[in-house]
Write a protein that binds this ligand. Structure first.
Ligand SMILES: [Zn+2]
Length: 563
């Protein structure tokens, strides 16, 4: 959700916002590293190491003993399909200067433009997610690889295929299977509160497989952006007397200053905790809405974040706009094909229409918000205008639905995004409109939208306290249904509190305008993946993954309306 600052600033000064550059530069991916190697029988084989995609080996003439399964149609065999013997051979061929010792492998970085800590972790330990363990083993080396650096990979980290114990990334914890409320309660139960000369703190003891970034900062505070997480991890480490963040062992006691705790973890008697409890009670009280067969009577508005001059977040050679647009189009098609729900979009890429694509190669530069008349997202107006027009249009469509005797309880607004968080975080995160952050009234002023019919008709919103609470509760229920559907299809979900009701960055707390001002009974902003995480980025690049994601969203909508 790059550009949240645009969304946030809307509440204060709607149009005082910087323009995004109109030209989008897509970084050229570095050329692959190619190497020739001979098999034991003397046949020449080509190996290829691709930026962010890993190592693959030419399949023809590869000895059977090097393979665990047949050669794919492309002719290339991905590293993970090689046998233990094949893996050892391929790594030795690609990295001839590596030293394989009894107790460790000493890997010399030869191709810093293509290698990364993640890639090394994937190749040598079997899981890219072990990258922070690899970093902890090499505390003096920078995360950005340099040619000639020698990385130690101890046998204890090597994959089973390479003669190590094959440790899986130990990220699952007992509470991962609980529902959101029980999980948050379990997290809270692991804290104890205290006070020392530096003030009040919540104490947490690091468990096996946990890191300060994810298991403390991302879980117990509202910080998820890389800078915020790193800064707070450093602060907490210092406060806890920890010299090296990367060397933390299980059992280490960390002290989190109470002022940084997210609402659910604040101390008894605080207003934040009281609000959290009120929302939880409302979720329990709220009876699910039931729709007709095949979602008849449900009004759904789909919003794909960014677009036009605004590509959104960028990392790993991907950019947010086109990829989330594609998922949104797939959701749209599935809903149209399989249900009787009434579906509309807020945004359209004129070159594509509402079609999905297999390959996404370059950023689309044209997009229009489907107001009357359509509003081009071309940078001529401040970006916040196009953000506001999304909820304005959706609210206008919901109002029209109500006029034709549609049931306002059956209105759903979904906005699709992808974020760029700390690279250790992966999977989906869902934002719901925190009741405390939704204003009682808001009017979209300004000459910029004067021509637009919907802005004149639906540019003003008002919410009662009860409505705000009800809305957060319904949105949380939907988010739970979505998490269940994603997990059922093994689609990664954020490991620490995947449902959030606040964005906390820099000095500000807010919730994105598209859901903050939406009059939909149920709404959510879905961060489908973390672009900064290499596995998430690879998923998003894969059209099959985007289709599976869309299908899970549709399953979630069905489950939510009990259909
Ligand atoms: Zn976004």
């Amino acid at each position: 959700m790059e550009g949240v600052s645009l969304l946030r600033s809307a509440g204060v000064k709607p149009w005082a916002i910087l323009l995004l550059p109109a030209v989008i530069v897509v970084a050229q991916e570095p050329a692959p590293v190619l190497a020739h190697a001979r098999t034991p029988e003397g046949r020449a084989i080509l190996l290829r190491l691709l930026f962010r995609k890993g190592l693959s080996v030419e399949g023809k003439a590869l000895p059977r003993a090097f393979l665990t399964r047949g050669v794919e149609e492309s002719g290339w065999v991905p590293f993970e399909n090689l046998s233990p013997q094949g893996k050892r051979w391929a790594l030795a061929a690609l990295f001839p200067e590596d030293q394989w010792r009894q107790e460790e492998v000493r890997h010399r970085v030869g191709h810093p433009e293509v290698e990364s800590v993640w890639t090394l972790a994937a190749l040598f330990t079997g899981h890219g997610q072990n990258y922070d363990r690899l970093m902890a083993e090499n505390p003096d080396l920078p995360e950005k690889l340099r040619e000639g650096d020698v990385w130690r990979i101890p046998r204890s980290l090597l994959s089973a295929d390479l003669g190590g114990p094959g440790r899986r990334p130990d990220r699952s914890q007992p509470e991962d299977d609980l529902d959101d409320e029980a999980r948050v309660a379990a997290y809270r139960g692991m804290l104890s509160f205290g006070e020392d000369e530096q003030g009040k703190f919540a104490a947490y003891r690091i468990r096996k497989g946990e890191a300060l970034y994810s298991s403390v900062v991302i879980r117990y505070t509202d910080r998820v952006d890389p800078k915020g997480v790193n800064e707070l991890a450093d602060l907490i480490a210092k406060r806890s007397g920890i010299a090296d963040v990367r060397g933390i062992q299980p059992g280490q006691l960390v002290k989190i200053p109470v002022s940084f705790l997210a609402d659910p973890f604040q101390s008894e008697g605080s207003s934040g905790l009281a609000e959290e409890r009120e929302v939880r009670a409302e979720v329990r009280r709220t009876v699910r809405v039931e729709a007709g067969p095949k979602l008849k009577g449900v009004r759904i508005i789909l919003d794909a974040g960014h677009g036009g001059v605004d590509p959104g977040a960028r990392a790993n050679g991907l950019w947010e706009s086109d990829f989330v647009y594609d998922i949104t189009m797939r959701v749209r098609r599935l809903l149209e094909q399989e249900t009787d729900a009434q579906v509309s979009s807020t945004i359209r890429y004129p070159g594509l229409g509402f079609k999905s694509r297999e390959a996404i190669r370059t950023p689309s530069h044209a997009a229009e918000i489907l107001t009357s008349p359509p509003f081009a997202v071309d940078g001529e107006s401040p970006s916040a205008v196009s953000v506001h027009l999304r909820w304005v249009l959706a609210n206008d469509l919901f109002a029209a639905f109500q006029k034709t005797r549609g049931d306002v309880q059956k209105t759903l607004f979904l906005s699709f995004h992808a974020d760029s968080l700390h690279p250790s975080a992966r999977g989906s995160m869902i934002y719901v409109p925190g009741a405390a952050l939704v204003p009682s009234t808001f009017s979209l002023g300004g000459a910029k939208t004067g021509r637009i019919v919907e802005a004149r008709r639906s540019g003003r919103v008002a919410f009662t306290g009860k409505e705000k609470l009800q809305s957060e509760a319904r949105s949380r229920q939907f988010s739970e249904a979505l998490l269940t559907a994603l997990q059922k299809d093994s689609i990664p979900v954020h490991a620490n509190r995947p449902i959030r009701n606040v964005i906390h960055r820099g000095g500000g707390k807010w919730i994105p305008a598209v859901i903050r001002y939406s009059t939909g009974a149920t709404k959510a902003l879905i961060e489908v993946a973390n672009l900064t995480n290499e596995e998430d980025a690879a998923n998003l690049r894969d059209p099959d993954f985007r289709e599976r994601y869309a299908a899970a969203v549709v399953n979630a909508i069905r489950a939510y309306y009990r259909k």
